[in-house]
Write a protein that binds this ligand. Structure first.
Ligand code: PEP
Ligand code: MN
Length: 333
């Protein structure tokens, strides 16, 4: 249910509605808009008796939200969500580019990458300190030491840090080190983890589960929003299909319906989506043409010797060539 306030509703009237919703045992989510405030209501398992709210001063109308995801839906929130960080914005008309190695491997390579990205105007660095690997014998990431390295990279360069949170045990440490907390494809439906990041003070980058439908993905976003963290960025990274010419099947066809159904920003990761570095540039450009708000791309100073995902990582010259094309295309969109 969405309560739309009149454009001239006073703060006292808005507070009264918030209180009334709490008195009904439900959770209000105030959403101030350019012309008026709307208040989303969640927590109801049955139907809400809307008459108690309709009669309150300043209330214009009550709208039933038909989708199972409420706060994530455009029915509830008409305007695009734009996430503002000191390093830049994600969503709306801006183009966000997040780049960096799959994993933090050591301090020297990470600093070198962060410094080089900053000289190219990239303000967000991706790199995992905790890595979800298929094999328990593969490099698992540097863990807490990796977070320290990320912290130093931010201190030295000012770059924003995007890093993955894998479990609730390490949530405090990752939340502290990250500017954006990444939830990986394997954890998209890890509901205790989603509840934990719903209480985080940092935006959440929610990768699509590798076999998740659009509705399941938005329901996972709803977990984060419903806990009070309204800053969620969706990231398409490919889904599992019968195709074996690529690591995953990058589902760019999900972008238009996501933008229609939800106000949340959506970015695309063509690195995990293709698994092959030569396929990253065309799919990155295709993602922008399809309406993505940004890209997440794996870039490594020496991809052939990377400890993870080297085959899909671009080297610096390759990334620079792609960046020129991306910026050129963005100007014409
Ligand atoms: C990653 O971004 O390095 C990663 C592990 O991604 P995904 O969860 O999409 O596999
Ligand atoms: Mn990777």
């Amino acid at each position: 249910m969405l309560v739309v306030m009149q454009s001239h509703a006073t703060p006292v009237q808005i507070d009264r509605v918030l209180e009334a919703i709490l008195e009904m045992g439900l959770t209000p989510h105030a959403m101030p808009g350019p012309t008026r405030t709307a208040i989303g209501i969640t927590g109801n398992t049955g139907t809400i008796d809307s008459r108690n709210l309709e009669v309150l001063p300043g209330v214009l109308e009550l709208i039933r939200v038909t989708k199972p995801y409420k706060l994530a839906s455009r029915e509830m929130h008409r305007h695009d969500t734009v996430i503002s960080l000191p390093q830049g914005t994600i969503g709306g008309s801006s183009l966000a580019i997040i780049a960096g190695p799959c994993a933090v491997e050591n301090e020297a390579m990470l600093l070198r990458t962060a410094e080089w990205l900053m000289t190219r105007g990239i303000r967000f660095l991706r790199a995992g300190a905790f890595k979800p690997r298929t094999s328990p014998y593969a490099f698992q990431g540097l863990g807490l030491e990796g977070l320290e390295i990320l912290r130093r990279a931010r201190e030295r360069t000012g770059i924003g840090i995007v890093t993955e949170l894998m479990d609730t045990d390490t949530a405090d440490a990752v939340e502290d080190a990250a500017d954006i907390i990444q939830i990986g494809t394997r954890n998209m439906q890890n509901y205790s983890l989603l509840r934990r990041v719903s209480r985080a003070r940092k935006p959440v980058l929610l990768k699509r589960g590798m076999s998740a439908t659009l509705e399941e993905w938005l329901m996972s976003a709803e977990y984060v929003l419903s806990g009070g963290n309204y800053e969620v960025i969706l990231c398409e990274r490919g889904v599992r299909t019968f195709a074996d010419h690529s690591r995953n099947t990058l589902d760019l066809s999900v972008i238009p319906p996501v933008k229609k159904l939800s106000h949340l920003p959506i970015i695309v990761d063509p690195s995990h989506g293709t698994g092959k570095r030569e396929d990253v540039p065309p799919m990155a450009l295709a993602a922008l043409a399809a309406g993505a708000h940004g890209l997440m791309i794996e870039v490594h100073p020496d991809p052939d010797h990377a400890l993870s995902d080297g085959a899909q990582s671009l080297d610096f010259p390759g990334f620079e060539r792609l960046l020129a094309k991306v910026r050129n295309l963005a100007e014409h969109l």
